[in-house]
Design a protein around this ligand. Structure first.
Ligand code: PEP
Length: 250
């Protein structure tokens, strides 16, 4: 039995006041352990959100991290810093990091290894572009992205990892994969992991991401292999995010 996880990726949005208001609303409504809830603020606000989640069931995560330990890496944030701020999860390989900041499969694998070594839980994002889907390459792309990390890190490093299937064409576009499209890829991902370790595959949470909202969450999460969501835009709207979390816990 896998407990669903709903992770809010706030991306580069918000300010101190909006974050206080959002967290006040989430803390007031999200008290159940039926679903794991995670928020991933911009790193500059992690400290603020740490204080706001102190008495809450909501966990704290980061949107990215450096693969380096420390030193002369201007603008980067280290795993030690995330641990210092009580972060539990780190999103890795988000398509915006891959496409806008040229993060390669190898770099994502390095970040994954460093994250596990530091004791944090990686949320490894994978997904195909529209062109790749239309060419019939969805599963090949997802397999390449996952295998790059499995081969570099070893399957045993996936024990506490989460995989997020995020079709690039569905992120921030308002276009959502159909429940059937999501289930097909999620089942294939679970099979890829099962080829290495069947027990681990049965326990691993695989999230769907790509324009999840209050209206479509329930039918996406109803699929056998969809264990919750990675939510961008709707995670900034208090009532929508609460509804999505409640759909995952239902
Ligand atoms: C995301 O940023 O991971 C995401 C899925 O965004 P959105 O929900 O806005 O499509």
């Amino acid at each position: 039995m896998r407990t669903a996880l709903v992770a809010g990726n706030w991306k580069m949005n918000g300010n101190s006041a909006s974050i206080n208001a959002l967290m006040e609303g989430l803390n007031a409504e999200l008290k159940s352990n039926a679903v794991d809830v995670l928020v991933c603020p911009p790193s500059i606000y992690l400290s603020q959100v740490k204080a706001l989640t102190a008495d809450s069931v909501i966990a704290l995560g980061a949107q990215n991290v450096s693969e380096q330990n420390n030193g002369a890496f201007t603008g980067e944030v280290s795993l030690e810093m995330l641990l210092d701020l009580s972060c539990e999860y780190v999103i890795l390989g988000h398509s915006e990091r891959r496409s806008l900041y040229a993060e390669s499969d190898d770099l994502v694998a390095d970040k994954f290894k460093a994250t596990v070594a530091a004791g944090l839980k990686p949320i490894l994002c994978v997904g195909e572009t529209l062109e790749e889907r239309e060419e019939g390459n969805t599963l090949a792309v997802v397999e390449r992205q996952i295998k790059a990390v499995v081969n570099a890190a070893g399957i045993e490093q996936f024990t506490d990892a989460v995989i997020a299937y995020e079709p690039v064409w569905a992120i921030g576009t308002g276009k959502t994969a159909t429940p059937e499209q999501a289930q097909e890829v999620h089942a294939a991902i679970r099979n890829m992991i099962a080829e290495c370790d069947a027990e681990l595959a049965s326990k691993m949470r695989i999230l769907y991401g790509g324009s999840v909202n209050a209206a479509n969450a329930a039918e996406l999460f109803a699929n056998e292999d969809v264990d919750g969501g990675l939510v961008g835009g709707a995670s900034l709207k208090t009532n929508d995010f609460i509804a999505i979390c409640q759909a995952a816990g239902a």
